[in-house]
Design a protein around this ligand. Sequence first.
Ligand code: ADP
Ligand code: MG
Length: 259
Amino acid sequence: MSKRIDVSDLNVYYGDFLAVEGVTMAVEARSVTAFIGPSGCGKSTFIRTLNRLHEVVPGTRVEGKVLLDGQDLYGPAVDPVVVRRQIGMVFQRPNPFPTMSLRDNVLAGIKLNNSRMRKSEADDVVERSLRGANLWNEAKDRLDTPGSGLSGGQQQRLCIARAIAVEPDVLLMDEPCSALDPISTLAIEDLIAELKENYTIVIVTHNMQQAARVSDRTAFFNIAGTGQPGKLIEMDDTTKIFTNPGEKATEDYVSGRFG
Ligand SMILES: Nc1ncnc2c1ncn2[C@@H]1O[C@H](COP(=O)(O)OP(=O)(O)O)[C@@H](O)[C@H]1O
Ligand SMILES: [Mg+2]
């Protein structure tokens, strides 16, 4: 569990449109990395290439390399379904299966991968994952009720439980709190701090305070103008990015002068 990611010279295209250009970065294991930058600079596009999720959009393609502990995720023999099991994703809108029970939501990814699990084994996975997502106490007496019955913040923690149930190495989160109230947001931030012990975490956020609170490293992306590709401007320790960044554009962005 918990692996490093090394990206080199990554370009991402939608058809002919170069959306993200020339990203090289290292993401350490057992750390939290925040991606920040103005809308449209390619944060979502780029984070999806880290588990090949962009491939669900027809016409997308990448150039460059993404390595997970040295293994090339785009190698010819690599199955994208296996990659997505190793590298899970949590989205902006909590997306539990609404009519499925809490228990079946947690097990959804596992059942795709291993339908022959014994009941006692499944019970263990459900409890471990819900505990890991700080949802066990709220969920344990209603495991057979539908996912849609939870609050937004609880639904997001359920999605995190579903993501960690398959024991991934990396968790990607694309603005996981932007649809949540402040209390639920803090609950997710606390959870991220705990999950870091076991997982490599990458989080896209529009919230500067959140990036400063939860992340060890911060990557600032920017775009020169409409139709231009998004680029990684700089990546550094989060305290450095927020107090003494190397680039003027980073300073302007983190101090709220644009974006
Ligand atoms: N499915 C898509 N098809 C074509 N272009 C897309 C698609 N998704 C995003 N883009 C374009 O890629 C660029 C980066 O978008 P996105 O990754 O969503 O940025 P961010 O997450 O930083 O706001 C934008 O110009 C956007 O319009
Ligand atoms: Mg986005």
